[in-house]
Design a protein around this ligand. Structure first.
Ligand code: HEM
Length: 486
């Protein structure tokens, strides 16, 4: 077939007649499933192919093939794995395509404009105060901290308030909602790990479908209730304001702006209906919390092992605090966070080594040339961000943590597609600036109060296959109060 012939131009493990490479993929546990592509990346050192059910499956690990894929305005269809998310998220910004995606992206882009970020910053800082108080209790006891529950609670609270305008901590439903979101993640993963469960028929037969629906029901109901409550508030306000113009939505509301308000304004203009709003709100809740949580965890781990880097970040924070022109409050403003150039480099290097989204996937929607090789329509084209970020030709000694890799002069020398933690091109992460500001806020808050001491070693990390970069065992550090606090 076309796929078989096209595949011959790419290196890859031997494919068996009929089976293709199914024998390589089946019966692996999560740990081996994560390791398998790492081994292939090292062995082939170039985009490699596998054949699954007669379909060509290409795996890019270098900028030269990532660039034409991600920069293309045409190759924007997501891979089939994303269809597992349909029942949960509907077909929203993350997994829609074509004109629907374009329309939604146009509606939602203003919600992430840099003018909006300051209102989100207030929420980040509220949640940081609560996080620092919790970590302080562990510091005082000298007890180790397993980072995941703290980081996830922080990011889920933050996204709930910024996307939906709901403070989770104030609600009895909060724990329940958090637990269900986590259980949904676990079930999605279970399905991902067992390809025979991909078929809806098999999923139903296994009894898992019913269990999944039972989890989804209250989560969807929660989102729907929030939308209805917020719609009432929104229309009360808008009646006063008199129109739906953008500056009114963002600046004149009595309550803090939430992304949902942008969707409600679009609804009032009949650009989206209630199910559409729910799709987008659930998408933000899903995409916006686990990713950022992973970034918090791995950055703290790296800092625990690099006290000199912590010290430099701490000094930078003090420098900015001293040089501030707007001394109206004690908290940093958006401009102050923008000045944290060294912290920025540290974060970038952390997202290089531990990209929260280690893997993305596209369905090639038309025959396309990659260099001198034809990639036929309906090829599944994966980008292994984890391996791309460890290309030794671009990042020498790739496992070494070195923020200087992101000095402007070093960045200038690289192909920008060699480093894509937020993807790139038309389908890049809409929440990128939001995430970076959130990460800077939480790092600043933690470094101001604590030294981070190591417990888990980097060499001990055992990664497991998942939608988000995750380890088999908890990642632990210790927090120690700084003597001098300002
Ligand atoms: C460190 C944190 C984050 C990382 C590493 C990250 C990474 C990514 C990546 C790699 C993609 C491309 C996915 C693909 O091609 O399938 C993406 C898309 C997306 N992200 Fe993020 N993300 C982060 C935070 C966020 C936040 C905070 C939000 C929302 C508030 C968000 C919302 C989205 C959405 C809606 C998309 C789909 C965009 C589209 O297809 O038009 N992300 N993200």
């Amino acid at each position: 077939s076309t796929h078989y012939r096209a595949g011959k131009k790419f290196p890859g493990p031997q494919a068996l007649p009929l089976l293709g490479n199914a024998h390589n993929l089946l019966f692996n546990d999560q740990r081996r499933t994560f390791q398998l592509p790492r081994g292939w990346a090292a062995k082939y050192g170039d985009t490699y192919r596998i054949l699954v059910r007669g379909m060509l499956n290409l795996n890019a690990i270098q900028a030269k093939d990532v660039e034409p894929l991600l920069s293309s305005p045409k190759l924007i269809d997501k891979g089939m794995i994303y269809s597992l998310l349909h029942r949960f998220l509907g077909i929203g910004l993350l997994n829609s395509t074509g004109s629907k995606w374009q329309h939604r992206r146009r509606i939602l882009t203003p919600a992430f404009h840099f003018n909006i970020l300051p209102s989100f910053l207030l929420t980040f800082q509220d949640e940081c105060r609560s996080l620092v108080a919790q970590l302080g209790q562990y510091a005082d006891k000298g007890a180790p901290v397993a980072l995941q529950p703290f980081a996830t609670k922080f990011t889920l609270n933050t996204i709930c308030e910024t996307a939906m305008g709901v403070k989770l901590d104030s609600m009895t439903m909060a724990e329940g909602y958090r637990n269900k979101i986590e259980a949904i993640g676990t079930m999605l993963l279970q399905r991902l790990m067992n390809p025979w469960l991909f078929e809806d028929f098999n999923y139903k037969l296994s009894g898992l479908q019913a269990k999944f629906e039972k989890l989804l029901q209250p989560v969807h109901a929660f989102t729907r209730t929030i939308i209805q409550q917020r719609r009432e508030l929104f229309h009360q306000n808008v009646r006063n304001i008199g129109d739906f113009s953008e500056e009114n939505i963002y600046t004149n509301l009595k309550q803090r702006y939430a992304m949902l308000d942008t969707l409600l304004a679009a609804e009032a203009k009949e650009q989206i209906d209630e199910d559409g709003i729910r799709e987008e709100v659930d998408t933000f809740m899903f995409e916006g919390h686990d990713t950022t949580s992973a970034a918090v965890i791995f950055t703290l781990l790296l800092l625990a092992h690099n006290p000199d880097v912590q010290q430099r970040m701490y000094e930078e924070l003090q420098e900015i605090a001293l040089s501030r022109s707007d001394t109206d409050g004690t908290e940093f403003g958006q401009r102050d966070y923008n000045e944290l150039k060294y912290m920025d480099m540290v974060l970038k290097e952390s997202l290089r080594l531990y990209p929260p989204v280690p893997f993305i996937s596209r369905n090639i929607s038309e025959d396309t040339m990659f260099g001198d090789r034809l990639v036929p329509k309906d090829t599944l084209f994966n980008v292994h961000i984890f391996d791309l970020h460890r290309d030794p030709a671009v990042f020498p000694d790739p496992d070494r943590f070195d923020p200087d890799r992101f000095l402007p002069e070093n960045v200038a020398e690289r192909n920008p597609y060699a480093y894509v933690p937020f993807s790139a091109g038309p389908r890049n992460c809409i929440g990128q600036r939001f995430a970076i500001l959130e990460l800077k806020t939480v790092l600043a808050a933690i470094l101001k109060h604590f030294r981070i001491l190591p417990i888990t070693k980097r060499e001990e990390l055992v990664f497991v296959a998942d939608l988000i970069l995750r380890t088999k065992d908890p990642i632990m550090v210790k927090f120690e109060r700084r003597q001098t606090q300002q």
